[in-house]
Design a binder for this molecule. Structure first.
Ligand code: NDP
Length: 450
């Protein structure tokens, strides 16, 4: 029985767990946020009076729909599509689309719930949303992916709009998928609008969006190290899980900051390169050719391939960046990292560390950057793309990158300040949850009930 040592939190969480039983990822995310909120609800009784916790932990609207599509052999498949419109108190719903076979309602809800707090932290006017499908793009031809994306948009278009809900990419949804969906939306609506972010730069997309989450993660991490321990990324050895969008650009920025990434992974295994991963080769394998990561060790003779991706956390490093997926770093992994001298763990993926692993990092004084603060660079840059679309003026790479950096430093500052103000100094999980919560909760109070 979960207890937060506060009657209001306990009662609301009890209701949530009854109404969402079996949705383990969603309940895990809610527990994590509620675990930070005791000092907040004890300090201000308005939240309880206006049932803010009950309202902030339930979606405003969810759409679930059928997505039929035809493969290249004319066989018809049916997938399930989702869009969770979680909270729009501070702006239109905003959050990515995930296409992966492991997508369920619980995964969608956990991501949309997290997104609400993350978007709040960016300081930009964006509410929280998320969506996707259990369609798995891997191994599908471009034409199959196009037919799926078009069919998905045939339903989604009714529920989104540049002032209502603005989707973007996530796992399995990159520039190719965004392009197919944007094209179908434009055609059905006879309207060119900034309804999706992550567009190509020739179509109103923002420079830096591809790099934003990985670069933002490193701006946040550098600032956390500087402010909380007087250290810097420069000269450190890093391990980065995943080899997708977030992982590749986190590794790129690590290199630019003077660190060396010695291991990266995909869902089948990891590669270890003692001299540092050659990112040109990695990008060619993963971005251009869409191959398995084992191809890296075939191309680079000094590198080793290990066929179990979870073992990546046994590679010694000072900086560990989980950038693949949820719950990929557990207590045993945390123990190995600590035994091998890790000094900072910063989350590029959403909820990649299990609660037990996070507790151990805090207990041992490891600097820990939680996802909703550390990986907010992607959605922040999407917010900047929305500004550019509204004003119909593209910004330069340098301008967007500078704004991104400013936003990430501000997120660190807000999270750190909140951790101090509420008696949990240095615990950025609590700080980020509290700072993200306060803005949304104040706006909900201001707007009344109903
Ligand atoms: P991609 O689809 O580009 O890449 C995901 C990567 O993770 C792939 O290399 C994939 O390998 C790997 N992976 C998946 N499951 C596992 C596993 N169990 N063990 C090891 N590797 C695995 O996704 P993104 O890089 O966009 O997203 C990664 C994470 O970052 C997600 O949690 C996402 O929600 C989060 N995020 C992404 C943002 C963005 O801007 N893209 C913004 C904020 C958060 P394989 O190819 O074998 O599947």
């Amino acid at each position: 029985m979960t207890s937060f040592n506060n009657d209001y939190l306990d009662e609301v969480y009890g209701d949530i767990s009854r109404r969402n039983s079996g949705q383990k990822e969603f309940l895990q995310a809610v527990r994590e946020v509620f675990g930070s909120l005791r000092p907040v609800v004890e300090k201000d009784e308005r939240y309880q009076k206006a049932a803010i916790l009950e309202r902030i932990s339930d979606y405003e609207r969810t759409v679930i729909f059928q997505v039929p599509w035809m493969d290249d052999n004319e066989k018809v498949h049916v997938n399930r599509g989702f869009r969770i419109q979680f909270n729009s108190a501070i702006g239109p719903y905003k959050g990515g689309l995930r296409f992966h076979k492991a997508v369920t309602l619980s995964v969608m809800k956990f991501l949309a719930f997290e997104q609400t707090f993350k978007n709040s932290l960016t300081g930009l006017p964006m509410g929280g949303g998320k969506g996707g499908s259990d369609f798995h793009p891997k191994g599908k031809s471009d034409m199959e992916v196009m037919r799926f994306c078009q069919s998905y948009m045939n339903e989604l278009f009714r529920h989104i709009g540049e002032d209502t809900d603005i989707p973007a990419g996530d796992i399995g949804v990159g520039s190719r998928e965004i392009g197919y969906m944007f094209g179908r939306y434009r055609r059905i609506n006879n309207k060119f609008s900034g309804v999706i972010t992550g567009k190509s730069t020739s179509t109103g997309g923002s420079l830096v969006r591809t790099q934003a989450t990985g670069y933002g993660l490193m701006y946040f991490t550098e600032e956390m190290m500087r402010a909380m321990s007087g250290q810097s990324v420069s000269g450190k050895t890093a391990v980065v899980s995943g080899s997708g969008n977030v992982a590749v650009y986190a590794a790129e920025k690590l290199g630019q900051m003077g660190a060396r990434t010695v291991a990266m992974s995909d869902s089948e295994g990891y590669v270890y390169d003692p001299k540092g991963i050659d990112l040109d080769i990695m990008k060619e394998i993963k971005e251009a050719r869409r191959e398995r990561i084992s191809a890296y060790a075939e191309r680079v003779s000094r590198a080793e391939y290990h066929p179990n991706s979870a073992d990546i956390w046994s590679v010694p490093c000072q900086i560990a960046l989980p950038c693949a997926t949820q719950n990929e770093l557990n207590l045993a992994d945390a123990k190995k990292l600590i035994a091998n001298g890790v000094i900072v763990v910063s989350e590029g993926a959403n909820m990649p560390s299990t609660p037990e692993a996070v507790d151990l990092f805090h207990e041992k004084g490891i600097l820990f950057g939680p996802a909703k603060a550390a990986n907010a660079g992607g959605v922040a840059c999407s917010g900047l793309e929305m500004s550019q679309n509204s004003s119909r003026r593209p910004w330069s790479f340098e301008l967007v990158d500078d704004r991104l950096k400013e936003i990430m430093l501000d997120i660190f500052q807000k999270s750190y300040e909140a951790s101090k103000e509420y008696g949990r100094e240095g615990n950025l999980v609590d700080g980020a949850n509290i700072a993200g919560f306060l803005k949304v909760a104040e706006s909900m109070l201001w707007q009344g009930i109903g």
